[in-house]
Design a protein around this ligand. Structure first.
Ligand SMILES: [Zn+2]
Length: 129
């Protein structure tokens, strides 16, 4: 280590409240607005014909993240006209993956060459966290 002031990495900063470590969820820019990570964005209209979407079903998704496993209630939608299915988007989670982007990035930094050889990513979460 060299001498002098070196800026500390504040990305892992933690606040303790009532003996529990609080980690504020990062905000993610979507379109021109910031949303807290893991907010659920619902589509309202069909991307093809512009009709209002109807609810098809509800589902709970579990997202592996460095903030723990996050449970999110999401909705599946369908267009009454062209019958196309749509689904909610979870901020910070790529598509229908069960891990968050930041978790994936961290995993890339931690794991040898960033490859995942285990079949069950939940198992990786347990190993990593
Ligand atoms: Zn449509």
């Amino acid at each position: 280590m060299g001498k002098g002031n070196v800026a500390i990495d504040k990305s892992m900063i933690k606040t303790v409240v009532d003996g529990k470590i609080m980690i504020p969820l990062p905000k993610v820019l979507v379109g021109n607005r910031y949303y807290p990570m893991f907010s659920v964005l619902s589509p309202t209209h069909c991307a093809d014909c512009g009709n209002k979407l109807h609810v098809n079903s509800h589902y709970t998704r579990f997202i592996l993240s460095s903030h723990g496993t996050i449970a999110r209630n999401v909705t599946y939608w369908f267009c009454p006209v062209c019958k196309k299915p749509f689904h909610d988007q979870i901020i910070g989670v790529p598509g229908s993956a069960n891990y968050s982007s930041e978790y994936y990035d961290k995993q890339m930094n931690v794991r040898c060459d960033g490859r995942c050889s285990l079949h069950n990513s939940r198992q990786i979460g347990e190993t990593y966290t």
